[in-house]
Design a protein around this ligand. Structure first.
Ligand code: DO4
Ligand code: MG
Length: 278
């Protein structure tokens, strides 16, 4: 089942058919007891059926939740970070966090900094090395239960974070720095390890993408439950929160996003999140 947030209210796709969800408030919906079972049991009579939402009607599938992120959860990210920060002595601390019990967790965005499907993300103008990070994003209710999964883009300024680790918030948090969507795969069990995560970047009218990369969840060093356990330690989220789980796909070191680029992030079972760059 995929839950979409549209201008007309939440819509759930079940076995290829779409139904309006009779709870308009996204925060309330995410925090329902047994969300998956409740959505499965919704009246499937024709009166509840609606047309598939048009792409232009899709909104970022979040309410008032904060978005957090995990880092260096894939070997590919560990290597990329060690390379970008070598002049700042980064080799050691990225290797250490990759191996430590405690993961890297950082604040990524408030809802106003998040764009939805088709939204335009912002290239920080004081960065000369900005890249998308395609990340499985966990949708977590106030009880710390993973209720779903969506595609996330943790847009990152590699030059700013590589210059000095204390600049991480500036490399990560700025206007339109995160994208989520297209919908939420409602968790009816753990997400399979073989789930593919792909990223394509298209430029102007090129016939092929300027970048294509992919990984699978099996390459992630930590489990979603482990990351959520750390995030909810000594912290509470009254309406739940979203957690990006880190990137395993990094474009080559000479790659930088350009105005007009289109980033497509596809995660198996969820769909494709498409965003332009300003
Ligand atoms: O430590 C810097 C950020 C890491 C990150 O965002 C990732 O691995 O996805
Ligand atoms: Mg990231």
């Amino acid at each position: 089942m995929i839950l979409y947030r549209t201008a007309q209210g939440p819509v759930v796709e079940r076995d290829g058919r779409y139904h309006a969800v009779p709870v308009g408030d996204w925060d309330e919906l995410l925090n329902r007891e047994n969300l998956a079972a409740w959505l499965r049991g919704l009246d499937s009579g024709s009166e509840a059926e609606v047309a598939a939402p048009a792409v232009e009607d899709l909104q970022a599938p979040l309410g008032t939740q904060e978005v957090w992120a995990s880092g260096v959860t894939y070997y590919r990210s560990r290597n990329a970070r060690m390379e970008e920060s070598k002049d700042a002595g980064g080799a050691d601390f990225y290797q250490r966090v990759y191996e430590a019990d405690r993961p890297e967790l950082f604040f990524k965005a408030t809802p106003s900094r998040v764009v939805g499907p088709g939204g335009v993300m912002h290239r920080r103008l004081d960065s000369k090395w900005i890249v998308p990070e395609p990340e499985l994003t966990l949708v977590i209710n106030r009880r710390g239960e993973i209720v779903g999964y969506t595609c996330g883009n943790d847009l990152s300024c590699r030059d700013i974070e590589g210059e000095n680790p204390l600049y991480l918030p500036q490399a990560k948090v700025f206007a339109r720095c995160a994208a989520l969507g297209p919908g939420v795969l409602v968790a009816e069990g753990p997400i399979p390890a073989e789930t593919p995560i792909q990223c394509e970047i298209w430029r102007r009218d090129a016939a092929v993408p300027v970048f294509h990369g992919e990984t699978t969840l099996a390459q992630m060093k930590r489990t979603p439950e482990e990351l959520v356990g750390w995030l909810f330690k000594e912290e509470s989220f009254p309406v739940g929160c979203y957690l990006m789980t880190g990137t395993g796909v990094v474009p080559p070191d000479d790659f930088c996003l350009q105005p007009g680029d289109v980033v497509k992030i596809t995660i198996g079972g969820i769909g494709t999140l498409v965003n332009g760059m300003d």
